[in-house]
Design a protein around this ligand. Structure first.
Ligand code: AHM
Ligand code: MG
Length: 336
């Protein structure tokens, strides 16, 4: 895949995944089909996000637009599109969405062997002001045969077969791992195709940026407070880190992946389990971080080792460059 061939020999995401799957003789093409339905959802949301201001899509669900038609809020609309695309793929059996209280069990005639956990539109506080938002997803596979049960999705993150996110930013970027590295694709709007633009993403071993909502500092525990203090006032003579915080997990993690550094959503006195959801926020991002050579830690353990008991469970999370996460791990270890 030579650089000079890029303009004529396009590595689309479908072609890329087909290549990867051909390494597994048992592969039946199901994953490729599932992914193409996820990609469809991402393209739809991307176009809806881009038109949001014009089309009056923003605002409260149930509000009416100037034509008197009832408008759906962007996150509600995105959820419907993903659920319908995933069910119609014929490759899923259980769906867990941030937007839906209960898991969706796909009817038997449309069932396949994958479970998809997702946040259709994350970063909702950023929608109305046009700042980057994203979709996050993780995929588990169930054993052939047998009725699917909730236990099929209440699995540790390390059992995921794939995870990824799509960022609706200055460009639309889809980053995915199927367990052998991380690759990034950018939507070419004129083709309507995601083209490989970030092959084999590896996170820098150490970074110069920390990313956290410092407004919560008064409620932090000792290790988190100490760590952030060290970012600002390093005691080992190194230079202080820069603070970047968008408040959209996808955008904050995407920057962390490309530039290095650390993203923190710690526990605090008010939210002892942090804010972010294990299944469709913490796990997929932790999976990508590890696949890119970084680490993801909860304050107690490797994030991907957690076994969720409920589908909307939350967990504190520290993820990013290997050495930076090592530092916070050492601070928590010293507490014990
Ligand atoms: P949401 O699912 O309601 O959009 O919340 C998740 C978002 C993440 O994208 C982001 O990392 C975090 O909330 C920011 O939270 P805070 O505003 O507390 O800093
Ligand atoms: Mg969310």
């Amino acid at each position: 895949y030579a650089a000079d061939a890029q303009r004529t020999d396009l590595m689309t995401i479908t072609r890329f995944v087909l290549n990867e799957q051909s390494k597994h003789p048992e592969s039946r093409g199901d994953f490729t089909i599932l992914l193409s339905h996820i990609v469809l959802g991402c393209k739809f949301v991307c176009s809806a996000v881009n038109k949001a201001g014009l089309a009056n899509l923003i605002g409260l669900a149930g509000e009416t637009n100037v034509q008197g038609e009832e408008q759906k809020k962007l996150d509600v609309l995105s959820n419907e599109v993903f659920v319908k695309a995933l069910v119609s793929s014929g490759r899923t059996c259980i769906l867990v969405s941030e937007e839906d209280e209960e898991a969706t069990f796909v009817e038997p005639s449309k069932r396949g062997r994958y479970c998809v956990v997702f946040d259709p539109l994350d970063g909702s506080s950023n929608i109305d002001c046009g700042v980057s938002i994203g979709t996050i997803f993780g995929i588990y596979s169930v054993k052939d045969g047998g009725e699917p049960t909730l236990d099929d999705v209440l699995q540790p993150g390390k059992n995921m077969v794939a995870a990824g996110y799509c960022m609706y930013g200055s460009s639309c970027t889809l980053v995915i791992s199927t367990g052998s590295g991380v690759n990034g694709f950018t939507l070419d709007p004129s083709l309507g195709e995601f083209i490989l633009t970030h092959p084999d993403i590896e996170i820098p071993k150490k970074g110069k940026i920390y990313s956290v909502n410092e407004g919560n500092a008064k409620n932090w525990d000792g290790p988190t407070a100490k760590y952030v203090e060290k970012c600002k006032f390093p005691i080992d003579g190194s230079s202080s880190k820069s603070l970047r915080y968008i408040g959209s997990m996808v955008a904050d993690v995407h920057r962390t992946l490309l530039y290095g550094g650390i993203f923190l959503y710690p526990a605090d006195k008010k939210s002892p389990n942090g804010k972010l959801r294990v299944l469709y926020e913490v796990f997929p991002m932790s999976f990508l971080m590890e696949q890119a050579g970084g680490q993801a830690f909860t304050g107690k353990q490797r994030a991907l080792d957690m076994v969720p008991k409920k589908i909307h469970e939350r967990s504190p999370i520290f993820l990013g460059s290997y050495d930076d996460v090592d530092e916070i791990k050492a601070l928590y270890a010293a507490e014990e």
